[in-house]
Design a protein around this ligand. Structure first.
Ligand code: NAP
Length: 539
C-alpha cells in the first residue's frame, strides 16, 4: 500500500488544523490535514443545530494573525451564527489556498511512532497511509458526541438526532411533537428556536444550568469601525488576560462591597450580557460566599423571567456553584417556558426509563414524540484522542497512559510520544478561554518549536516525565483553589460513565500560561528532551 511522506500530519480541519497547515506553508514544510467531515470547519461544521451560534463575541472570535481580513470581514451580529462562522472558515481556507492539502472524509484511526525512523505512521479509515515527522492532534475539545445508552432507542419509530451530528439539510420540526434531552449550552441555544417551529416541545431536564442573556443584535457600522480601529490593542489585551478576553478583568471582591453596590454591579454585568457577568467580581469562582451572591441574583432573574413559579423553581440550579459548569448564554431561553406549546419535565427526580416506539418513558408516563433531539454533550477534551489508537515509544498505548486521566506537559505534549502535539489539550487553558486566543497561542508555540527543531537538526522532542508530573501537580493544585471540583461537569469528565474524575483544563489563566510556555521555549525547551538527528543522546 502506498505511503505518503510528509513533514507534518495534522488531524482535524477546524480552526487549529487550518492555522497549523498555514504555518507549515510558511515554514516551508509539507503538511496535510486529515478530516473526518466532508468539509472544513470542525466544531462549526458538525454543530448545525437550530440556534447554534458562538457564545463569544464575534469581533473577538476570529484569527488575529490575518490583519487584512480582520479589517475586511463584517460580522453582522454581536454573536455569530454557526453558518456565518463556517463561511468565515471557508473564506480563510480559500484565501490562504489551503484546500489542496486538506483531505476530507477520512478519519484517522491510528498513529504509531516508529522508534527506528523517528516518524509517525498514520492510517485512516479510508485506507490511506502517511508517514510524517510531526503529528499534530488538532482534534478539538468538544468533537466526540456523547449519546447516553438509552434502552429502546433502536425501537423508536420517529426520527432522532444528536446536536453534534446535525444533518446538513436541516430538520423540519413543523407540525411535529419534539422532545429534547439536555439543557446545557447547546440545549439552551436550541430550545427557543425549536419551540417556535414545533407543534409541541417537551424538554427533559436532568440538571438546570445558569444562563445569562446574550442581548444579541446587529453590530452597527460605528461599532464595527471602533472595534477595527482598536483591534491591535484589544488583541494584545486578550493575549495576556485570564480568559483570552479583551474586556477588563474583575478586581474587586463581591465581599468588599455593600449589598446595594453588589446588586448594582451584578445588574450592570447582567445588562452587558453573557460572560461579562462572570467578570462582575474577582472571587465568584473561588469564594463560596461570593458565589452564593451570584446564585441568588440569577435565581431572582429566572423567577422574573418565568411566569409559572413551579417551573421557575425547576429551572433554578441548586446543586452546583454558579459558573463552575460552563456558563450558558441565551436568547429568550427562560421566556420559552411561558409558551403554551412547551413543557418542562424533571428527569432528575424521575429519570428517563427508556425510549419506547412512540416516545420517551419517564417513570410510568410516556411522552409521545415524533422527533427526539439529544443535546447530551461530548466526551470532552480526551474523547477524540482516545478514539485514535496512538502508540508512542516502545508501542506504549496512549489509551493506557491516560487510563486514569490525562497526563501532559503544558497540555501540549505527552512524555513517551515524541513530536506529537495536542492543540488545546487537557492541562492547558483551552475550554476555559476564548478558544481562538488559545488555539493561536498553541499553534504559534508548536510551529516555533518545530522551526527550532529543524534549524537545530533535531530528530525528536518529548516531555521529560518529571516535567510532566510537576505540571500536572500544578494543574491540579490550581484547580483546587477554585470551586470547580464542587460540580459534576464535563470539565471533570463527570458526564461520561466510567471516565476518571480529573479536572481537565488549566485554570491558571491564558496570560500566565503564555508566559510559562514562552519561558520554557526561551530556556531551550526546558522540561523537554531533544534528540539530535542521526543519533546521539537526548539533550
Ligand atoms: P453539556 O453541557 O454536557 O450538556 C449536556 C446535557 O445533557 C446536560 O443537561 C446533561 O444533564 C444532559 N444529559 C446527558 N445525559 C443525560 C441523560 N442520560 N439523561 C438526561 N439528561 C442527560 O453539553 P452541551 O450543551 O452540548 O455543551 C457542551 C459544551 O459545548 C458547552 O459547555 C460549551 O463549552 C460548548 N458549546 C459552546 C457553544 C458556543 O456557543 N460557543 C454552544 C454550545 C456548546 P446533566 O447536566 O445532568 O449531566
Amino acid at each position: 500500500m502506498k505511503t505518503t511522506n510528509l513533514d507534518v500530519i495534522i488531524v482535524g480541519a477546524g480552526f487549529s488544523g487550518i492555522y497549523m497547515l498555514h504555518k507549515c506553508r510558511t515554514l516551508g514544510l509539507s503538511g496535510r490535514i486529515i478530516e473526518a467531515g466532508t468539509d472544513v470547519g470542525g466544531t462549526w461544521y458538525w454543530n448545525r443545530y437550530p440556534g447554534a451560534r458562538c457564545d463569544v463575541e464575534s469581533m473577538t472570535y476570529s484569527y488575529s494573525f490575518l490583519k487584512d481580513l480582520e479589517q475586511e470581514w463584517r460580522w453582522p451580529e454581536r454573536y455569530a451564527v454557526q453558518s456565518e462562522i463556517l463561511r468565515y472558515i471557508n473564506h480563510v481556507v480559500d484565501r490562504l489556498d489551503l484546500r489542496d492539502d486538506i483531505q476530507v472524509e477520512s478519519r484517522v484511526t491510528e498513529a504509531v511512532f516508529d522508534d527506528t525512523t523517528n516518524r509517525w505512521a498514520v492510517a485512516t479509515d479510508a485506507g490511506d497511509r502517511f508517514s510524517a515527522k510531526y503529528c499534530i492532534m488538532a482534534t478539538g475539545c468538544l468533537s466526540t458526541p456523547n449519546l447516553p445508552q438509552f434502552k429502546g432507542l433502536d425501537q423508536f419509530e420517529g426520527d432522532w438526532y444528536h446536536t453534534g451530528f446535525w444533518p446538513k439539510e436541516g430538520v423540519d420540526f413543523v407540525s411535529k411533537r419534539v422532545g429534547i434531552v439536555g439543557t446545557g449550552s447547546t440545549g439552551i441555544q436550541s430550545i427557543p428556536i425549536m419551540a417556535e417551529q414545533a407543534d409541541h416541545l417537551t424538554v427533559f431536564q436532568r440538571t438546570p444550568n445558569f444562563s445569562i442573556p446574550a442581548w444579541n443584535g446587529p453590530i452597527s457600522d460605528d461599532a464595527d469601525r471602533a472595534w477595527k480601529k482598536a483591534y491591535p490593542e484589544l488583541r494584545a489585551r486578550a493575549r495576556v488576560s485570564p480568559v483570552g478576553s479583551p474586556f477588563e478583568s474583575p478586581e474587586i471582591s463581591a465581599l468588599e462591597v455593600s449589598d446595594a453596590e453588589r446588586e448594582e454591579i451584578f445588574e450592570t454585568r447582567w445588562q452587558q450580557g453573557a460572560f461579562n457577568f462572570l467578570a462582575a467580581f474577582s472571587d465568584l469562582l473561588s469564594s463560596k460566599e461570593a458565589n452564593q451572591y451570584a446564585i441568588d441574583f440569577v435565581h431572582r432573574k429566572i423567577r422574573e423571567r418565568v411566569n409559572d413559579p413551579d417551573i421557575a423553581e425547576l429551572l433554578c440550579p441548586k446543586d452546583h456553584p454558579f459558573g463552575t459548569k460552563r456558563l450558558c448564554v441565551d436568547t429568550n431561553y427562560y421566556e420559552t417556558y411561558n409558551r403554551d406549546n412547551v413543557d418542562l419535565i424533571d428527569v432528575r427526580t424521575t429519570p428517563i426509563k427508556e425510549i419506547v416506539p412512540t416516545g420517551i418513558l419517564v417513570g410510568e408516563t410516556t411522552y409521545p414524540l415524533d422527533v427526539i433531539v439529544f443535546a447530551t454533550g461530548f466526551d470532552a477534551m480526551t474523547g477524540a484522542l482516545m478514539n485514535i489508537d496512538i502508540r508512542g515509544r516502545g508501542g506504549m498505548a496512549f489509551r493506557d497512559k491516560w487510563a486514569d486521566g490525562p497526563s501532559s506537559y503544558l497540555g501540549i505534549a505527552v512524555a513517551g510520544f515524541p513530536n506529537l502535539f495536542t492543540v488545546t489539550g487537557p492541562g492547558s487553558p483551552s475550554v476555559l478561554s476564548n478558544m481562538m486566543v488559545s488555539i493561536e497561542q498553541h499553534i504559534d508555540w508548536i510551529s516555533d518549536c518545530i522551526a527550532h527543531l529543524e534549524a537545530a537538526s533535531m530528530a525528536t522532542i518529548e516531555p521529560e516525565q518529571d516535567a510532566e508530573d510537576t505540571w500536572m501537580a500544578h494543574v491540579n493544585q490550581v484547580a483546587s483553589e477554585f470551586l470547580y471540583e464542587d460540580s459534576n461537569t464535563w470539565y471533570l469528565g463527570a458526564n461520561i460513565p466510567g471516565k476518571p474524575r480529573v479536572f481537565l483544563p488549566y485554570v491558571g489563566g491564558v496570560g500566565h500560561y503564555r508566559e510559562v510556555c514562552d519561558d520554557v521555549a526561551a530556556k531551550g525547551y526546558e522540561g523537554f528532551a531533544l534528540t539530535p538527528a542521526g543519533g546521539g543522546s537526548p539533550a
